[in-house]
Design a protein around this ligand. Structure first.
Ligand SMILES: NC(=O)c1ccc[n+]([C@@H]2O[C@H](COP(=O)([O-])OP(=O)(O)OC[C@H]3O[C@@H](n4cnc5c(N)ncnc54)[C@H](O)[C@@H]3O)[C@@H](O)[C@H]2O)c1
Length: 284
């Protein structure tokens, strides 16, 4: 290798690292469910990479905490309280983002999570509806609400959050929702690539969340559902099933999920659309 090539190579690498550190510079990023867990870690990662962040959640306490951590790190950010379980709620969120910053470059559809853990025959009709509302409709409505904004801009990157649950135990309505999100990701990519909008998915495996303000069983203000009698046993079996599939033999960290999301959100993935990254320690 010539000296010139070696020098160029090194300079290139340094440039790349410098650019890699600020990949979301000047990008307005809406992160749903940013009040805790993977959503909060994502808001912080995108903010650290130069993004302007809209912290979207329906629970004020978590959203306020995320906002204060972002501001503490010198990140430009606002809080947008919205329940994205309805199309009106999703539209309201996008309106708040556009009113504040005039555009939406990145949307991370992070809201989701199983409410119950139990075999399918034990779910009631109402419970199935609540699971779909949380884990399927939220992403569906946010995509529908953001598309007109991104089509007008002729640009945008949507990152949907999937899950390894699509072939896991005891959370079938949730798994069905996440399977639907993978279909949504592929079809939206085919339909909206012509508007320079990319849609990808990141599918986490079991991830350790230590900052929960809102428990899994929280449905809406004042409503927290009961756990089934045998929940502990179902949980144990489910966790064992997940562990057995993880080559790395450990749970992931929210920051590890955020790193994969940041890649898909950024122009580093500019020629990637309709794809899924499994950030799951080898589950897939
Ligand atoms: N944690 C895991 O092990 C894991 C594994 C696979 C996939 N995932 C997926 O990753 C995503 C984040 O998971 P998490 O464990 O960090 O979530 P979490 O339950 O800890 O946090 C979800 C956040 O979303 C908010 N939220 C819920 N419903 C909302 C609504 N209708 N409108 C607005 N905000 C709402 C909650 O208030 C909460 O702040 C989810 O899509 C989940 O399915 C998580």
């Amino acid at each position: 290798m010539t000296n010139e090539r070696a020098q160029f190579g090194m300079a290139g690498e340094l440039d790349h690292r410098a650019a890699g550190g600020r990949r979301l510079k000047d990008k307005v990023c809406v992160v749903t469910g940013a009040g805790q867990g993977i959503g909060r870690a994502t808001a912080k990662r995108l903010g650290a990479e130069g993004g302007t962040i809209v912290v979207a959640d329906r629970v004020d306490e978590g959203a306020t905490q995320t906002l204060s951590e972002l501001h503490g790190g010198g990140v430009e950010a606002i809080k947008a309280l919205a329940d994205v379980g309805t199309l009106d709620g999703a539209k309201n969120l996008m309106q708040q983002a556009v009113a504040a910053y005039g555009r939406i470059d990145v949307l991370v559809n992070n809201v989701g999570g199983t409410i119950w853990i139990k075999p399918f025959h034990l779910y009631t009709e109402e419970e199935v509806k609540l699971e779909l509302e949380r884990s399927l409709h939220t992403t569906l409505w946010c995509c529908l609400a953001v598309l007109p904004v991104m089509m007008k801009q002729q640009s945008g990157s949507i990152v949907n959050i999937g899950s390894q649950s699509t072939r896991g135990l005891y959370r079938l309505p949730y798994a069905t929702s996440k399977g639907g999100i993978l279909a949504m990701t592929k079809v939206l990519a085919m339909e909206y690539g012509r508007y320079n909008i990319r849609i990808n998915a990141m599918a986490p495996g079991g991830t350790e969340i230590s900052d929960r303000v809102v428990p899994r069983q929280f449905i809406r203000a004042g409503v927290t559902v009961d756990e089934p009698a045998a929940e502990a046993e179902y949980r144990r079996e489910m966790a064992e099933d997940i562990r057995n599939q993880q080559a790395l033999r450990r749970r992931g960290l929210p920051e590890e999920q955020a790193a994969a999301i940041a890649f898909l959100a950024s122009d580093d993935s500019s020629f990637i659309t309709g794809q899924v990254i499994n950030c799951s320690g080898g589950q897939s």
